[in-house]
Design a protein around this ligand. Sequence first.
Ligand code: SAM
Length: 221
Amino acid sequence: MFYIVSTPIGNLKDITIRALEVLKEVDLIAAEDTRQTRKLTQHYGINTPLTSYFEHNKVKKGDFLLSLLKQGQKIALVSDAGTPGISDPGYHIINLAIQNNIPITAIPGPTALITALSLSGMPTHKFIFEGFLSPKQAARRKRLQELSGEQRTIILYESPHRIKKCLHDISEILNDPLVVCARELTKKFEEIKREKASALIEHFSKTLPRGEFVLILNLCP
Ligand code: SAM
């Protein structure tokens, strides 16, 4: 059995009882960042062996993990944080397992996009998740242009290094919309700002952007 296990996006207490049981019972945990996952397993007294599975070894390691699954081993996949497969390399091995008829199940839990959406105050009945926009400015601007007629709430992930550039393009191309900026969700310095993109740029010009960010916007308020 292959288990897709969601883990906390910050606060170690945000883990389900079932996730802890599965992480304890499996033969191996395939983790995007073993150091990060070790903090979780140590916290909960889980001694299951960990192996790394990340962007740059996903093909070779994916094949290896598949061979173990075919031998009948029970493996849990966890990402750096949140739900595996959401803006991380999980998709590759999940798809591989399905194509090889490995029984698969998910242990649901936190994901940053839904956590941010649920407290954003933006319309939640229809939304689209764009993940990370391109780090290349031309491609990023082109995608934003394509999104300019979007009626659904738009959810983006962004890194602290690019947040100002991204907000700058959002402000220019999407007519300076209201943006909910959710930073460090579930962590000690959690902060939610609901301001126009231009005001957020001004804020991050004075205060260095730190941590992890989700941006949420809706172009037809
Ligand atoms: N698999 C994860 C999930 O389910 O949300 C996402 C992994 S992706 C590589 C990492 C990005 O998710 C970060 O750059 C940030 O945009 C977002 N993210 C993850 N944890 C977050 C948090 N605690 N607060 C705000 N954003 C977060």
